[in-house]
Design a protein around this ligand. Structure first.
Ligand SMILES: Cc1cc2nc3c(=O)[nH]c(=O)nc-3n(C[C@H](O)[C@H](O)[C@H](O)COP(=O)(O)OP(=O)(O)OC[C@H]3O[C@@H](n4cnc5c(N)ncnc54)[C@H](O)[C@@H]3O)c2cc1C
Ligand code: FES
Length: 255
């Protein structure tokens, strides 16, 4: 664990911010770091972009940790360790499906695909317009489809509503998704019959982040999301029986 000052903060809207830290390691899209707020807790966050000597982390407020993070100011010191986990593989003619703050890891993925000259299309959805973070950057890099629950940006509805039509229209050959687990369930239901390969960037309550404590194990696969994930592919997910049904709470109990 090393401590770093926050270099810069961008506010996208109430409870959604991006934080910038000095880049001291190489990181791949889909990998995550653990942020430590002294006296509060330590929690995992995807790296959402790499910009020269900075890394970017984009956060939505949920509970105690993210609320405390929202209070931090530029110059405040935070602990940071990582990067951890397995990132995305890079594929051509892909569709990036992002739900809410799940858009964060897809932003770095878009950067990496772009550098490699690989074609991709973005399908991004959130509760409201400002939660579709960095929408303009995605528009500069790809054809984009947006959905919001309240209709404030793009089409009103769920990100999966037109998924099958978009796959056909854009001649998609590979799917990446990041977002809430219910979105994975729906996405899987729609794309499994099409036989397309995919990778989902998943979240579980994590503690050690390095494969020791067993907190993030996905039943019945035995996969530890912090080591074998957080990006899992279609084959990995065949073994996972708890998708959208169960997860472990802070005590490790399945709920
Ligand atoms: C690999 C990974 C990458 C992540 N990347 C990001 C990111 O880029 N940006 C971001 O804002 N958040 C990200 N998260 C989620 C982030 O870690 C949680 O939002 C954070 O732990 C919440 O802490 P809290 O104390 O604010 O809220 P808590 O009190 O811990 O949680 C508030 C609510 O969120 C739920 N929750 C907490 N942690 C998780 C989780 N991991 N998955 C699903 N639900 C959860 C709780 O069940 C509760 O309902 C990531 C999580 C993982 C595992
Ligand atoms: S968080 Fe400890 S094994 Fe994954």
């Amino acid at each position: 664990m090393q401590t770093f000052p926050i270099q810069k903060i961008i506010e996208h809207g109430p409870g959604v911010k991006s934080f910038y830290f000095p880049k001291t390691f190489d990181v791949r899209a889909g990998q995550f770091v653990n942020l430590w707020l002294p006296g509060v807790d330590e929690k995992p966050f995807s790296v959402s972009a790499v910009m020269g000597d900075w890394i970017e982390i984009s956060v939505k407020r949920y509970g105690p940790f993210t609320t405390a993070l929202m209070e931090c100011r530029e110059g405040d010191y935070l602990g940071l360790r990582g990067p951890f986990g397995r990132g995305f593989t890079l594929q051509n003619n892909a569709l990036l499906i992002g739900g809410g703050i799940g858009i964060a890891p897809l932003r770095l993925l878009a950067q990496e695909l772009n550098v490699r000259g690989l074609r991709f299309v973005s399908l991004l959805g959130a509760a409201t317009a400002y939660e579709i973070i960095f929408a303009r950057d995605f528009q500069k890099q790809s054809v984009c489809y947006f959905t919001t629950d309240d209709g404030s940006m793009g089409k009103k509805g769920l990100v999966t509503d037109d998924l099958v039509d978009i796959i056909a229209k854009e001649k998609i050959e590979y799917i990446y998704a990041a977002g809430p687990e219910i979105m994975f369930v729906k996405t899987k239901e729609l794309i499994d019959p099409l036989g397309l390969p995919y990778e989902f960037c998943m979240e579980r309550y994590m503690k050690c982040g390095i494969g020791i404590c067993g907190q993030c194990v996905l039943d019945d696969s035995g996969l530890r999301l912090c080591v074998e994930g957080p990006v899992l592919n279609r084959d990995d997910l065949k073994e996972v029986t708890e998708l959208g049904l169960l997860h472990r709470d802070a005590s490790g109990r399945r709920v």
